[in-house]
Write a protein that binds this ligand. Structure first.
Ligand code: GAR
Length: 209
């Protein structure tokens, strides 16, 4: 099975969804590590109780590169092949992204390319969109960019608040992430080929202003 590490900062419900899906005997991945920049992240306790190795190191007082270096060492020590960001609320250094390029996925609570960054549900409601949703994508140097592996639209209801919409989108996230991860790691394409594809795409993007 493919060895997946999950990075979290908070509650970790997406991590839990990935972990429970991994219990199916035909799941092509296993979770080998749950790591966090927040030692108090609720998800760490859940992972521990499920017998998964955990690692936490606060980022306070460290440069982005230093903290990412520590996380990278933990990933390597766990013989990680793929990284799943699941509510990991840190912007990653370009060095870290490069090391995991083509092997690192993220889930984002919007229908990308709409609403990169924070407050996605609020922005979708304010814009009068008919749907919010979630996207799973490969991580590239650009924030919430990178090839999209899957998306689920979620209808916005009259009277929805950012919280009520977020709660429904989260249900969709849990299903989408485990499915996308399973399909992605199960692909016959070698990781090296994927890295090449991601690089090619990054190079073909117009320069940012
Ligand atoms: C999820 O909704 C995820 O999409 C979002 O944070 C939440 C984490 O919840 N991620 C981002 O906003 C990343 N920019 P969880 O800890 O319960 O999985």
């Amino acid at each position: 099975k493919a060895r997946v590490a999950v990075l979290i900062s908070g509650t970790g419900t997406n991590m839990a969804a990935l972990l429970y899906a991994a219990k199916a005997t035909d799941c092509p991945y296993e979770i080998v590590l749950v790591a966090s920049n927040n030692p108090d992240a609720g998800g760490l306790k859940l992972a521990e109780a499920e017998g998964i190795a955990t690692f936490a190191h606060p980022h306070k007082g460290l440069s982005r590169e230093e903290h990412d270096g520590i996380m990278h060492e933990a990933l390597i020590a766990a013989k990680t092949e793929f990284v799943a960001l699941a509510g990991y609320m840190r912007i990653l250094s370009s060095g870290f992204v490069e090391k995991w390029e083509g092997r690192m996925l993220n889930i984002h609570p919007s229908l990308l390319p709409k609403y990169k960054g924070l407050h996605t549900h609020e922005r979708a409601i304010e814009a009068g969109d008919s749907h919010g949703g979630c996207s799973v994508h490969l991580v590239t140097a650009e924030l919430d960019d990178g090839p999209i592996l899957g998306q689920t639209p979620v209808a916005i209801l009259p009277g929805d608040t950012a919280d009520s919409l977020a709660a429904r989108v989260l249900i969709a996230e849990h299903q989408l992430y485990s499915r996308c991860l399973a399909v992605f790691v199960g692909r016959e394409t070698s990781p090296d080929h994927l890295v090449a594809q991601v690089r090619e795409r990054a190079l073909s993007l117009p320069e940012a202003d």
